[in-house]
Design a protein around this ligand. Structure first.
Ligand SMILES: *Cc1c(COP(=O)(O)O)cnc(C)c1O
Length: 388
């Protein structure tokens, strides 16, 4: 038995069996490359599922973590936390939002956004307005409210009873959404591009139509930018592509450059529905993770960085387009296959390229935003061989 097999045997003995894991242990990373326990090198076009925005061990993130770890790793939200305040300011100054709440994951951010929308509706319209409409095929995380919001029965099965007050409609279908809105509806919650659902990109007019419906019916628009946010699509936030402003949006994956952090960003009037005692998180926005997120965000906001993401995204898209229909924006792309993609993913891994497959037949590419042209060429070369 090699080290990998030994470790995996231990993992099977001691770790809960919740993931369909591949037989791979990553031990080290640098930029867009990672190495497994046996020393084999891979190009990482999964990036922790759109988490390692600046690649692995980016010096600015490492430095920020080291410095902050030596100063103050954690303190309670009973006190004011400097890196948290600075990060909130940076997010607000670069978005349509006014106030931020920090938590630890995407599911938790969405859970908090759901609470905030309900609280806002209670205050402004009374107790009968509580329902949230979400999309079929969406993904919002694994807490009980988040799996209820998630419009995919496979994530809900076995965990019933689900949380009351949710309704699902087909994505990218304005008519269906309009028909689902009733006096009980308080918010609409959508991904600007569906990630886990198969990198499904809506028609250009869909989200502005949704925003219009929200205005007409006094509903809050919640955008789940957990995967699309923080530069992934070539804009800092994906809503910027669609000429709209959500009332609430959620962040997580790329925000911390690899450390666990989530956020709810809201307009002032909406955020005001939360008062002391309404919502909290022990770890949320602690000094260590906020220092890493600050370092990450400062680099993504550097002049020209997002333009480069767009250029590299277009380049990757053009190469993928020779192999089939491509969806997505920026460096969040999906290649639709005629059949299941699991085997292609396995062959790519064998050849030293990490990608994954969503919705059964969509290969997903979410490389670090710092990926370069040569790495894109190399990845596509491997992929081409593996598609034969
Ligand atoms: C990954 C993801 C989540 C869940 O995030 P966790 O950090 O795993 O809880 C929620 N929404 C979207 C759009 C995601 O891609």
């Amino acid at each position: 038995m090699n080290k990998t097999d030994e470790l995996i045997a231990l993992g099977k003995q001691y770790v809960m069996n919740t993931y369909g894991r591949l037989n791979l242990v990553l031990a080290q990373g640098q930029g867009a490359r990672v190495w497994d326990l046996e020393g084999k090198e891979y190009l990482d076009f999964l990036a922790g599922i759109a988490v390692n925005a600046l690649g692995h061990s980016h010096p600015a993130v490492v430095e920020a973590l080291k410095k902050q770890a030596e100063k103050l790793i954690h303190c309670s939200n009973l006190y004011w936390i400097e890196p948290q305040i600075r990060l909130a300011q940076l997010l607000v100054e670069n978005s349509c939002g006014d106030k931020v709440f920090f938590c630890n994951s995407g599911a938790e951010a969405n859970e908090g956004a759901i609470k905030l929308a309900r609280k806002y509706a209670k205050l402004h319209y009374g107790p009968e307005k509580y329902e949230i409409i979400t999309a079929i095929n969406s993904f919002h995380g694994r807490t009980l409210a988040a799996i209820t919001a998630t419009g995919q029965p496979k994530y809900q099965k076995g965990f019933e009873p689900l949380v009351p007050g949710f309704k699902h409609v087909p994505y990218n279908d304005l008519q269906a959404l309009a028909e689902a809105i009733g006096p009980q509806t308080c918010a609409i919650m959508l991904e600007p591009i569906q990630g886990e659902g198969g990198v499904v990109t809506p028609d250009p007019a869909y989200l502005s139509g949704v925003a219009q419906l929200c205005r007409e019916h006094g509903l809050l628009l919640i955008l789940d930018e957990v995967q699309t946010g923080i530069g992934r699509t070539g804009k800092l936030f994906a809503y910027e592509h669609f000429g709209i402003e959500p009332d609430i949006f959620t962040l997580a994956k790329g925000l911390g450059g690899g450390v666990p952090i989530g956020a709810i960003v809201a307009k002032e009037e909406v955020a005001a529905a939360f008062q002391p005692g309404d919502h909290a998180s022990t770890f949320g926005g602690n000094p260590l993770v906020c220092a890493a997120a600050l370092a990450t965000l400062n680099i993504i906001l550097e002049e020209g960085f997002l333009a480069q993401v767009q250029v590299k995204g277009e380049y990757l898209r053009s190469l993928l387009a020779e192999m089939g229909p491509v969806r997505g924006k920026g460096l969040m792309l999906g290649l639709e296959l005629p059949g299941p993609g699991a085997e292609v993913v396995a062959r790519c891994q064998e050849r030293g390229l990490l990608i994954n497959c969503t919705a059964g037949n969509v290969l997903r590419f979410v490389p670090p935003l710092i990926v370069n042209e040569a790495e894109i060429q190399e990845a596509v070369r491997i992929l081409r061989d593996c598609m034969k």
